[in-house]
Design a protein around this ligand. Structure first.
Ligand code: NAD
Length: 400
């Protein structure tokens, strides 16, 4: 019988037949989501000898939700993500224009999914712009709820903006009249919990370096605060040591080295010395830029996986990181890699490691065989171009 995943003190209890809410997504969601569920079902069945099975629970969001309920994000869907703990989603359309907030940003904030986790590594054979793409293998922990993404901003000329400009003037700081203004909150609480999450992850996967990324040289109190609180959070762990302490002679043996880099330098470092970095902890905006730039370096912008997690409540929403690619919707054409590899992250989060490895290894084997969708085949010599669903079928055949 299908059951809910439960959480006790942040530890997941996953039954053999867990119910997992599934947002198909708009646009190409209709193509990639069924491929993901088919591949995952095959891997779970194979890994468990038929003992385990996910019960997918379709929930509404985006265009399909509007059509059925007249709401973009029904409360029922938000409640299901909370209640069933682990969920996965395809891409959702974000209408451009005033007064409308991205559904993704809303989901992250409403459910306090504070850690946006984006692992970035190269799968051999994936076309990419680098000379040595294998040198980059990082996990980015981006804070998801604060910073200039908090949604606290007002239009130029609005009564609120003018009031804020006046208030700021009363504290001796000048803002030009008719400016749009926004507020950038960075808290001790938010900074420490994302850095703790990054360090816990390094510990879990036996990694030895965590880097705090910030622009504290310019924004002394917000980004500088993130750096300061990050180091304070690191001190709570007995097995961390700072780069500075190591430079002064402290032993790094068996420890996690914590260091920090100015954000612009971090972009250079990922290009010039990528193998010196393992886990990056960032604020919201820096992390947004850095995640996509890093994914591009491995050729993985279309296949990069991602998750939004609250490690205290255990609630996690895994997602395709690309958009709805409306031009290709319903054509069984696009690459299902991003959602598939997000499902691999999901299986690891559930501690279903064998199934996760089966999918990831079969994905690599399929790339090795140069069986790929149009986006990769046009950049690969001798590739066999297949449809989205055929790529999924090839992955299932390659599970051994
Ligand atoms: P997009 O990611 O949909 O498309 C960018 C380019 O990448 C296009 O050329 C597209 O064809 C290609 N592409 C995307 N996914 C692909 C895949 N799986 N395989 C092969 N090629 C792929 O970005 P966009 O065009 O800027 O945005 C379209 C819509 O998606 C907008 O409404 C936007 O708000 C939304 N969006 C949603 C998310 C999300 O739900 N996480 C993320 C980004 C954009």
């Amino acid at each position: 019988m299908a059951e809910k995943i439960t959480v006790n003190n942040g530890i997941l209890n996953v039954p053999d037949h867990p119910i997992i809410p599934l947002i198909e997504g708009d646009g190409v969601g209709v193509d990639i989501t069924p491929v993901m569920t088919t591949v995952v079902d095959a891997a779970v069945a194979k890994a468990s000898g038929g003992k385990k099975k996910i019960e997918w629970k379709p929930i509404l969001a985006g265009e399909k939700a509007i059509a059925k309920t007249n709401e973009l994000l029904p409360q029922e869907s938000i409640d299901a993500i909370q209640e069933y703990v682990v969920s996965i989603k395809g891409p959702l359309t974000t209408p451009v224009g005033g007064g409308f907030r991205s559904l993704n940003v809303t989901l992250r904030q409403v459910l306090d999914l504070y850690a946006c986790v984006r692992p970035v590594k190269w799968y051999p054979g994936i076309p990419n712009p680098m000379k040595q793409p294998e040198k980059l293998n990082v996990k980015i922990f981006r804070e998801n709820t604060e910073d200039v993404y908090a949604g606290i901003e007002w239009d130029a000329g609005s009564a609120e903006a003018n009031k804020l400009i006046e208030f700021v003037a009363s504290m001796g700081k000048k803002i030009r009249p008719n400016s749009a203004v926004g507020i950038k909150p960075i808290s001790e609480f938010g900074s420490k919990r994302i850095v703790r999450a990054a360090i816990h992850n390094a510990m879990k996967y036996g990694l030895s370096k965590v880097t705090l990324v910030h622009k504290g040289n310019i924004m002394k109190f917000t980004e500088g605060g993130f750096r300061k609180w990050g180091y304070e959070a690191a001190k709570e762990f007995s097995n961390t040591v700072t780069e500075e302490e190591v430079a002064k002679g402290a032993s790094a043996e068996g420890k996690i080295i914590v260091n920090d880099r100015i954000a612009d330098s971090m972009f250079q470092q990922l290009l010039l010395r990528p193998d010196e970095y393992q886990v990056l902890a960032t604020m919201n905006l820096n992390g947004d830029y850095l995640s996509d730039a890093a994914a591009a370096q491995t050729g993985g912008l279309g296949i990069a996986p991602g998750a939004n997690i609250n490690y205290q409540t255990g609630v996690a929403l895994f997602e395709a990181t690309h958009g709805t690619a409306p031009k290709y919707a319903g054509q069984d054409k696009v690459n299902p890699g991003s959602l598939l590899l997000s499902a691999v992250m999901m299986l690891r989060y559930m501690d279903w490691k064998t199934a996760a490895d089966l999918v990831e290894n079969a994905f690599q084997k399929t790339i090795d065989q140069k069986i790929v969708t149009y986006d990769l085949s046009r950049q690969m010599e001798g590739a066999q171009e297949v449809r989205c669903s055929e790529f999924g079928d090839a992955i299932i055949r390659n599970m051994d």
